[in-house]
Design a protein. Structure first.
Length: 107
């Protein structure tokens, strides 16, 4: 899960980004793997962070005790390939550009 106290803002219009999640396409556990990313629909910008994705994968892997299924690196490579491959390509096809969004902590 993305940290609830962390918000991302569009670097162009400065509005708060829309939070989205994609679900991993394979079932290894009862709980689906959810990977977060952020969008600004008006500016057609998308923000994906490999660091954030990796921390989500790691938490899911630990929570579901998947160490007996496969090592963490296996899930990293498969899930990152999915998110940064077909998921990102679909956005790029509809005119989105990948960009770093501004991160702000709230309390
Ligand atoms: Zn924007």
């Amino acid at each position: 899960m993305a940290d609830n106290n962390t918000q991302y803002y569009c670097p162009r219009c400065k509005k708060r980004a829309r939070f989205e999640q994609t679900v991993g396409d394979r079932k290894y556990s009862m709980e689906a793997l959810r990977m977060s990313y952020f969008l600004c629909g008006e500016c057609r910008l998308i923000f994906m962070s490999k660091r954030l994705t990796k921390s989500e994968i790691k938490e899911w892997w630990e929570r579901n005790k998947l160490e007996k299924t496969a090592p963490l690196n296996y899930f990293y490579s498969e899930a990152l390939a999915y998110l940064y491959g077909p998921v990102l390509s679909l956005y790029k096809k509809t005119g989105y550009k990948r960009m770093r969004f501004e991160k702000r902590e709230t309390d």
